[in-house]
Design a protein. Structure first.
Ligand code: KG4
Ligand code: ZN
Length: 378
């Protein structure tokens, strides 16, 4: 089954074509247009600009994706007449301006090609991103991945720019959210503190790079909600605490700003009033987030005893988080995280999640498919 995946819920316009069957799936081609360079100027994603960029990019990307394949058509389709069997599009949650572009493009193509279409939840896409396990994104790769190497019941920790959630998955497709952030998402907190340090959007990767050479014990940032008897998160207080610390240690911010421009994580600039450097601030802040994410996940593992634990969403690209969680889980559960190339938003994960709906014929008539920016997975 050839599945066209479309993802446009935030700042990446991404399209992918996968060939999936009960045996496994191959990513035949994928194209992504990132808007990071455009949003960088504003310090974060500007929804209206994002919508405009998605609208400009989406059809050229799909055309390129399909053109790329014409020399190697599926036997059933005939040369030069390649079209997918099914379309899977992210229809929520996310920015309405982006979601609408993807959904309307999917509906139009489904109507024109007379093929089924389905809306896929973005979080469900991230969950299935762990099934794509190659280390490098390639234009066309012939690796065949097995379908569903996840053992259930599973527990998913989704940490991204928009979400921080713990989801219990009894079996594939049966989700129960057991905890979520009450305010900022983990990635959002990384990005906001990075902005205070003068790093460009998205700041998460920059903080983790600087943190590599810093002392995680240098500053005692709070571990919000860690002692609460539930699976919810809250990162706004941690962000404020970083803000106050930086306000009280002003010179470090100046240093950080010039340091960020130089992009040199090994620079060890010290504030006038103490011996703490930018890399120490980053390491201490990163450690606070990791302690909370890992601590809460372990509590949920203790309670629900899942066979596997999935870490996904953009923050899963954080190497220290991966390592800490994998090590802490080792005696209890199998640990899954996407390969780094598929940790951030991408259309291949949407197509893979779509496969599970397609085999159940869980399609949406194109007339009824709508973008839903608040769509909760469960
Ligand atoms: O899943 P994603 O691509 O988009 C959303 O659905 O939000 O996640 C993007 C988020 C950003 O906040 C970015 O700063 C964060 O993932 N991120 C990281 C790292 N790489 C990306 N956060 C911490 N450490 C990283 N290495
Ligand atoms: Zn995402």
């Amino acid at each position: 089954m050839l599945i066209l995946g479309i993802e446009s819920s935030c700042d990446d316009t991404s399209v992918a074509l996968i060939d999936a069957s009960a045996r496994g799936f191959k990513i035949l081609a994928e194209k992504t247009a990132s808007q990071i360079e455009i949003h960088k100027k504003y310090g974060g994603v500007v929804p209206e600009i994002a919508g405009r960029c998605h609208a400009e990019q989406i059809l050229p990307l799909i055309e390129e994706l399909l053109n790329h394949l014409t020399p190697h058509p599926s036997p059933s389709k005939g040369e030069g007449n390649l079209r997918p069997d099914v379309i899977a599009v992210t229809s929520g949650p996310g920015l309405i301006t982006g979601l609408m572009v993807g959904v309307e493009a999917a509906k139009t193509l489904a109507y024109l090609w007379n093929i089924p279409v389905m809306g896929v939840n973005h979080i469900e896409g991230h969950i299935h991103s762990v099934e794509i396990q190659n280390s490098k994104k390639q234009e066309t790769n012939n690796i065949e991945y097995p379908i569903s190497n996840i053992r259930y019941p599973a527990l998913a920790l989704i940490a991204s720019g928009g979400h921080t959630e713990l989801i219990l998955i009894k079996k594939q497709g049966h989700y129960k959210k057991i905890g979520a952030t009450l305010d900022d998402a983990a990635g959002e907190c990384f990005d906001k503190v990075a902005k205070l340090l003068g790093f460009d959007y998205p700041g998460g990767p920059k903080i983790s790079k600087f943190a590599e050479t810093g002392n995680p014990q240098a500053i005692k940032f709070p571990r919000p909600m860690l002692d609460k008897d539930n699976f919810d998160f809250s990162f706004a207080g941690l962000k404020t605490s970083a803000l106050y610390w930086l306000r009280d240690h002003g010179p470090i911010v100046k240093h950080a700003k010039s340091d960020a421009k130089k992009r040199d994580s090994s620079t060890s600039l010290r504030s006038a009033r103490n011996d703490i450097g930018v890399n120490d601030v980053c390491a201490s802040f990163e450690q606070a987030i990791i302690d909370v994410l890992v601590g809460k996940t372990l509590k949920a593992v203790e309670k629900y005893q899942p066979k596997s634990v999935i870490l996904a969403g953009g923050v899963s690209a954080n190497k220290k988080l991966r390592k800490t969680l994998a090590q802490s889980l080792a005696p209890y559960s199998i640990f899954h995280a996407p390969s780094l190339a598929y940790a951030m938003d991408n259309a291949a994960m949407i197509a893979v999640a779509g496969y599970y709906h397609a085999i159940k014929k869980n399609f949406t008539p194109w007339q009824k498919l709508k973008a839903d920016p608040e769509w909760e997975i469960a």
